[in-house]
Design a protein around this ligand. Sequence first.
Ligand SMILES: Cc1cc2nc3c(=O)[nH]c(=O)nc-3n(C[C@H](O)[C@H](O)[C@H](O)COP(=O)(O)OP(=O)(O)OC[C@H]3O[C@@H](n4cnc5c(N)ncnc54)[C@H](O)[C@@H]3O)c2cc1C
Length: 230
Amino acid sequence: MDDLKLADDSTTGRILHSDVALLRQTIRGELVVPNDPGYDQARRVWNGMVDKRPAVVIYCAGSDDVITAVNFARARNLLVAVRAGGHNVAGSSVCDGGVVIDVSRMKSIEVDPVRRIARAQAGLNLGEFDTATQSHGLATTMGVNADTGIAGLTLGAGFGKLGRKYGLTCDNLLAAEIVTAGAVAIFETSGLERAVRDMHAAVKHVAMSPHSYIIAGRLRLRLDPGTMQF
Ligand SMILES: Cc1cc2nc3c(=O)[nH]c(=O)nc-3n(C[C@H](O)[C@H](O)[C@H](O)COP(=O)(O)OP(=O)(O)OC[C@H]3O[C@@H](n4cnc5c(N)ncnc54)[C@H](O)[C@@H]3O)c2cc1C
């Protein structure tokens, strides 16, 4: 069976067409490979100067697909990029020759107005998140651009107009469902301090593994009374 075209980096693995066929049957989401009609759209990120050509883009439908994608990449020693809103200016959420694990179609959100908590999947963008929380008169610190992803923004700290009152977005992160290269860790915590401690433990664990990345599938964020930010 032929290999799919991969980067020339000999340290990365190979993907066979038969692997892709099997993966297509396994995941609930969508798989896009070079020569598929949607390939150019699937490799695009916010910065139009970024021109990378992944071997496979996996649009995950849920955390189960994220786990399948991680296992697929790990078993073949493939380069991985993780994408949510695609706003990283350097293009770090897409890669040449490897696997893009795209969570942007994972968009469910539950708002608990009594406990002032949002449980949001990592594919939501800021506009979608705000629309859901604002219907309850609630908000948390988010950035100024509606189509930035909540996942990349939160993991990179996150600043916005409510920041002076409520802190950075990451200060309001209560819990996260995280897929590592080795396992799924769901941190259901009752306080910010505990969440931060668990998160640090996970990152330390992941840093020691040969595939040192984590993928957030769902975030639990603290909400406060607030008005539309943009
Ligand atoms: C027009 C514009 C306006 C901006 N305004 C603001 C602002 O007001 N405030 C602010 O704080 N920032 C702002 N930013 C910066 C932005 O928050 C960061 O670039 C952020 O990382 C983008 O997140 P994303 O999910 O959209 O991007 P992506 O490119 O998809 O992801 C960014 C990074 O996070 C990683 N990542 C994405 N999803 C996951 C996941 N589920 N699990 C693990 N890793 C993941 C990616 O691999 C990548 O390295 C802005 C950027 C742009 C382009």
